[in-house]
Design a protein around this ligand. Structure first.
Ligand code: AMP
Length: 636
C-alpha cells in the first residue's frame, strides 16, 4: 500500500478520479474479502454503480470477527446511559458472542438472507447487536429513529416490508421514560404490511402489551442461544446491507439503500484519511443509531477500524455539561464526532465544564450535519483546545463529500467551510438555470457530483430505481449528475462553503425534515384547510419549522386563547403522528397562503419574510396581501 502521509492531497484526489480503479483497489485492501472482486466499478448502467462486483464479504465479519485475532480483549462497545446509570463494556470477544446470540434468535424467528428487519430502538447495546446480527446473516436492517412516532413508522414498515421488528419497551430522555411499544403497535395497526415477529428487549422501564404468537422476548430467547455459533454469510459486495429512510420533497420518505463491500471500504478509508482514528483507540460519536452518522460512525466505521465505540444514551447536559468530557477522560477517547447544535447547547453552559477533565487523549472534534457557524467553531476550539473540524455529507452518501483530509496531508481548517472535495467525489458547482459548470471562485451554484458516486453512497432508492434516477440524477439542466440539493461556493483554494438547501428540506438540530411530511400531518387536523411549513433560522437549532395554517372555519382561532389551544392541538397531532422531532416551533393562522398564480406555495418567500429578508421577485404572486399577513402574524 502507498504511504499516504507522503502524498499531496490534490494529487490524491486527482488520482481517485482519474485512476478510479487503481485508487479504490488500494483502498479495498483495508477490509477482508472472502472472495476477491473481479471488477472495481461496474458502471455499465449509469447512474447505477456496482462497486467491487464479483467480490464477497460481510460487514459483521469486518467489524467484529476479523479483530478476534489481534484484539479479542480490547473494548469494542462501550455502552453508557446517564439516564439509567448503566455503563457496560463489551470486548470484541464479548461483542462477537452477543451478536451471534442475536443472529441465532433472528434465524430462529425465520429471518433469511435478504429479508428486512426493522429496528426501532433506543440507544442501547442490543441495538448494536441487532444491526451487526442482521449484517452477519445477510438480512437488511432498517433502523427507524426512536423519536419518530406511529405514522412515520407505519410508512417505513409499508415500504421496507420487514419480516421482523426489533424494539424495546422504552427509551429515556432527560429523566423521562419514553415508551416505544404502544407506538409500534399503533404503527403496525396502521400499516398494510404486518411483520410476522416482533422481538422485544425489556428494559423494565415501561409496561407494554404483548401480541401472542407475534411478540417474542429477547432475554428468554437469548438464554436458549448462549452458545449457538452463527457463521457470517458471505454476501455479494453489492448485497444491500441496510435501508435508511430520509426526508425529501414529497411526503413519502426515501429509503436510502446501501451496499456491503463499497460501504465497508469507504468507511475503512475515511477512518484513516479523514478521522484519523487508530486501531486500538476509542471513537465517540454523540449521534443516534437512527441517523446516518450513527450507522457509519457509531457502529460500522469505528468497529471496522478496530476501535472501541461509545454508545451514549442521555443528554449532553445531564447530570451536567461535563458529562461527555468525563467520558473522553475515562475511556481515553481519541476521536469525537458531534453536531453543531450540540456545540451551541454547550456554549450556553459554564465553559469550566469543558476544562475540568483530562482531554489529552483527544485528537480532534468533528462536527457535521448542519452548517457550523464560525463563532461556535471558534468558541468550541478555544474551550477544548483541540481542532474542531467541520465535514459535510448526507444520508445518501454515507460518508463525507467535503472534509479536510488530514490523514493524507495536514491542512488548515477554515472556519465556516467543511473543507475540500473528498477523494472519490468529483464535485462540481452548477448554474441552476443553464446547467453550466461554474469555475470562477466564490460564485454560487448547486453542489453536484459527476457519476459514478464513490463506494459507500446510496445504490438506489429502496424498491424504486426510477425515483432514484428522477430525484437525484435528473434535476440538473441537460446533465446526468448527482445533485446534493445544496447551494455552495468554492473559494480560490478549493474550500467549499455550504449555503443551504435548494429544495424544501429543512435541517433542525442536524436532523433532516421534509416540510411536505409536516404539512401532510397538519393537514389531517380537522380544523385545518391548508398549510405551509417553512424552516426559519434559529440561534440554537440552526433552523426550526414554522407552520402557517388556513383554517376551515376562521372563527375557531378567533380569540388568542382559542388560537393557542388550536396551536397546541396541532402540535400534539404532529407529535403523535411523526414524533416530537418534527413538531413545528410555532403554528400561525392566516386567511390565505402566499401562492403563485399557478397555485404553487411560495415557501421561499414565506421563509424570507420570517427571517426578515427580502422575499425577492413576487410578480407571479396571486394575492400580494398574503405575504403581508405572514409578516403581521409573525410580528404579532
Ligand atoms: P442528512 O441527510 O440528514 O445528514 O442531511 C444532509 C444535509 O445536511 C445536507 O444536504 C446539508 O444541507 C446539511 N449538512 C450536512 N452537513 C453539513 C455541513 N457540514 N455544513 C452545512 N450543511 C450540512
Amino acid at each position: 500500500m502507498r504511504r499516504h502521509s507522503m502524498t499531496n492531497y490534490a494529487e490524491f484526489h486527482r488520482r481517485s478520479i482519474e485512476d478510479r480503479d487503481g485508487f479504490w483497489t488500494e483502498q479495498a485492501c483495508l477490509v477482508d474479502w472472502h472472495e476477491p472482486f473481479t471488477q472495481v466499478c461496474d458502471y455499465s448502467e449509469p447512474p447505477f454503480a456496482k462497486w467491487f462486483a464479483g467480490g464477497k464479504t460481510n460487514l459483521c465479519h469486518n467489524a467484529v470477527d476479523r479483530h478476534l485475532k489481534d484484539r479479542p480483549d480490547q473494548n469494542a462497545l462501550i455502552f453508557v446511559s446517564t439516564e439509567t446509570g448503566i455503563e457496560q463494556t463489551y470486548s470484541f470477544r464479548e461483542l462477537h458472542a452477543e451478536v451471534q446470540r442475536m443472529a441465532a434468535i433472528l434465524l430462529s424467528l425465520g429471518v433469511k438472507q435478504g429479508d428486512r428487519v426493522l429496528i426501532y430502538m433506543p440507544m442501547i447495546a442490543e441495538a448494536c447487536f441487532a444491526m451487526l446480527a442482521c449484517a452477519r446473516i445477510g438480512a437488511i436492517h432498517s433502523v427507524v429513529f426512536g423519536g419518530f412516532a406511529s405514522h412515520s413508522l407505519a410508512s417505513r414498515i409499508d415500504d421496507a416490508q420487514p419480516v421482523a421488528i426489533i424494539s424495546a419497551d422504552a427509551g429515556m430522555r432527560g429523566g423521562k421514560v419514553v415508551p416505544y411499544k404502544h407506538l409500534l403497535d399503533e404503527a403496525v395497526s396502521l400499516s398494510t404490511h404486518k411483520p410476522a415477529k416482533v422481538l422485544m428487549v425489556n428494559r423494565g422501564l415501561a409496561e407494554f402489551s404483548r401480541t401472542a404468537g407475534r411478540d417474542e422476548d429477547y432475554a428468554s430467547l437469548r438464554e436458549q442461544h448462549l452458545d449457538t455459533v452463527v457463521p457470517c454469510a458471505w454476501v455479494d459486495s453489492t448485497h444491500p446491507s441496510y435501508i435508511l429512510y430520509t426526508s425529501g420533497t414529497t411526503g413519502k420518505p426515501k429509503g436510502v439503500q446501501r451496499d456491503t463491500g463499497g460501504y465497508a471500504v469507504a468507511l475503512a478509508a475515511s477512518m484513516r484519511h479523514i478521522y484519523m482514528g487508530q486501531p486500538g483507540g476509542t471513537f465517540f460519536s454523540t449521534s443516534d443509531i437512527g441517523w446516518v452518522v450513527g450507522h457509519s460512525y457509531i457502529i460500522y466505521g469505528p468497529l471496522i477500524n478496530g476501535m472501541a465505540t461509545i454508545m451514549y444514551e442521555g443528554l449532553p447536559t445531564r447530570p451536567d455539561a461535563g458529562v461527555w468530557w468525563s467520558l473522553v477522560e475515562k475511556y481515553k477517547v481519541n476521536v469525537m464526532f458531534s453536531a453543531p447544535t450540540a456545540a451551541r447547547v454547550l456554549k450556553k453552559q459554564d465553559p469550566a465544564y469543558l476544562t475540568k477533565y483530562d482531554l489529552s487523549s483527544l485528537q480532534a472534534l468533528f462536527l457535521a450535519g448542519e452548517p457550523l457557524d464560525e463563532p461556535t467553531a471558534t468558541w468550541m476550539s478555544d474551550a477544548i483546545h483541540k481542532p474542531v473540524i467541520d465535514n459535510y455529507w448526507q444520508t445518501e452518501t454515507g460518508w463525507p463529500i467535503m472534509a479536510v483530509c488530514n490523514g493524507i496531508e495536514p491542512a488548515a481548517t477554515k472556519f465556516g467551510s467543511p473543507g475540500k472535495a473528498v477523494y472519490g467525489f468529483d464535485v462540481r458547482l452548477i448554474d441552476e438555470t443553464t446547467g453550466a459548470e461554474i469555475t470562477e471562485p466564490n460564485q454560487k451554484g448547486v453542489i453536484a457530483v459527476e457519476g459514478p458516486l464513490p463506494p459507500g453512497c446510496l445504490q438506489t432508492v429502496w424498491g424504486d430505481d426510477a425515483r432514484y434516477v428522477k430525484t437525484y440524477w435528473s434535476s440538473i439542466h441537460g446533465r446526468t449528475m448527482y445533485s446534493t440539493f445544496d447551494w455552495g461556493v468554492k473559494d480560490a483554494d478549493g474550500y467549499f462553503y455550504i449555503l443551504g438547501r435548494t429544495d424544501d428540506v429543512i435541517n433542525v438540530a442536524g436532523h433532516r425534515l421534509g416540510t411536505r411530511e409536516i404539512e401532510e400531518s397538519i393537514s389531517s387536523h380537522p380544523a385545518v384547510a391548508e398549510v405551509a411549513v417553512v424552516g426559519v433560522a434559529d440561534a440554537l437549532k440552526g433552523q426550526v419549522a414554522v407552520a402557517f395554517a388556513v383554517l376551515k372555519d376562521s372563527g375557531s382561532a378567533a380569540s388568542p386563547a382559542d388560537a393557542l389551544k388550536l396551536e397546541g392541538s396541532i402540535m400534539k397531532l404532529v407529535d403523535d403522528q411523526l414524533g416530537a422531532v418534527a413538531r413545528p416551533a410555532r403554528v400561525r393562522f392566516v386567511s390565505v397562503l402566499p401562492k403563485t398564480r399557478s397555485g404553487k406555495l411560495l415557501r421561499r418567500a414565506i421563509q424570507a419574510v420570517c427571517e426578515g429578508r427580502d422575499p425577492g421577485d413576487l410578480t407571479t404572486m396571486e394575492d400580494p396581501g398574503a405575504l403581508q399577513q405572514v409578516k403581521d402574524v409573525i410580528t404579532a
